[in-house]
Ligand binder design. Structure first.
Ligand code: ATP
Length: 308
């Protein structure tokens, strides 16, 4: 299976500032690939390199089997792109602008623009310069999706959209994937990546700090565990948990009424060793909170920082 996107040791410097270091990225066809990271991580830089808006300082890029430098308009037409900073001006209506863009992007099936606008709640009759940021963003989304390109590259696509429209957008992304299109999505909004991406790369300061499926990131992630235990003393449980590296921020308290011991801990990765330690007594109750991807990613950032 030839990847839709493949970068090797891709690097970009702005003067003395290295915005991207040795990025190796493989995006397989028919997947939704999420690029997550805080401001300044290098997401926009990566996407611009793929579109040949900027050129690499080192490394190679292949997109849909071509080098973006030489792929020209033919390659560009096969990519639906929403830039991070979409600027739209002018007196023309959204309808006229999109009709014009459709002449450049290639064939758009009749009724598609209207149908997409309807789904996103976009008024096509208004001059684009009078549109709010969110409505301009909707024009950006329509132009990216309207010709059903094999690859969609979307830079912070939901910025300015209200939650209902964001949800509709995520449905459009899943439909595109189900139709065999490939979607590369950048975001600092982790929940939208969590809901839509098959694979995720986490960027921080121009480097990959984690990669994998949303599921695998989750299992490498941070959860809160709470347990209620009887038939073991607080001291016994404290001692048992001390030997478990996965458990941190351990708090062990005894409830005065029932004599039960309450344990709260932060767990990194598997819960197995922690639960075994708790089995020093009888486990009355156990709650493991769904890991928070945001917290996990922050944890990965700080770990990659200390590794350096
Ligand atoms: P954001 O979500 O804030 O857009 P990002 O992950 O997309 O963040 P980039 O815009 O790719 O990050 O920026 C990566 C780094 O490169 C940042 O430190 C940024 O300041 C720097 N940078 C980006 N464009 C330029 C430029 N044209 N000249 C100089 N530095 C730049």
């Amino acid at each position: 299976m030839t990847p839709v996107i493949e970068t090797r040791a891709l690097s970009k410097r702005y003067g003395s500032h290295a915005a991207l270091h040795d990025l190796d990225l493989v995006v397989d066809p028919g997947t939704v690939f999420g690029l997550v990271g805080p401001n300044g991580a290098g997401k926009t830089t990566t996407l611009r390199l793929l579109l040949d808006i900027i050129r690499p300082s080192a490394g190679t890029v292949r997109v849909l089997g071509s080098d973006p430098r030489t792929g020209g308009a033919a390659l560009r037409r096969r990519i639906g792109f929403v830039p991070g900073e979409l600027r739209l001006d002018g007196r023309t209506s959204g309808r006229a602008l999109l009709a014009h863009l459709a002449e450049i992007s290639g064939p758009v099936a009749p009724g598609t623009i209207e149908a997409l606008a309807e789904r996103l709640g976009l008024d096509l009759g208004r001059p684009v310069r009078t549109l709010s940021k969110g409505n301009k963003q909707k024009i950006g989304l329509v132009q990216a999706f309207m010709h059903r390109p094999p690859l969609l590259v979307l830079d912070e696509p939901t910025s300015g959209l209200d939650p209902l429209v964001q949800r509709e957008f995520l449905t459009m992304v899943r439909e595109a994937r189900d139709a065999g299109q490939t979607v590369l999505l950048s975001s600092h909004v982790l929940s939208e990546i969590q809901q839509s991406a098959d694979e995720v790369v986490v960027l921080a300061q121009g480097r990959i700090v984690a990669r994998g499926s949303v599921e695998s990131l989750r299992s490498a992630s941070v959860r809160r565990l709470r347990a209620v235990i009887v038939d073991a003393s607080a001291d016994t449980l404290r001692a048992a948990l001390e030997g478990v590296p996965a458990a941190t921020d351990v708090a062990v308290t005894t409830s005065p009424s029932a004599g039960a011991v309450h344990v709260a801990a932060t767990v990194r990765g598997e819960v197995d060793a922690v639960v075994r330690a708790l089995m020093a007594g009888r486990l009355l109750d156990l709650t493991v909170e769904e890991p928070d991807l945001e917290e996990s990613i922050l944890d990965l950032y700080s770990r990659s920082e200390t590794d350096r």
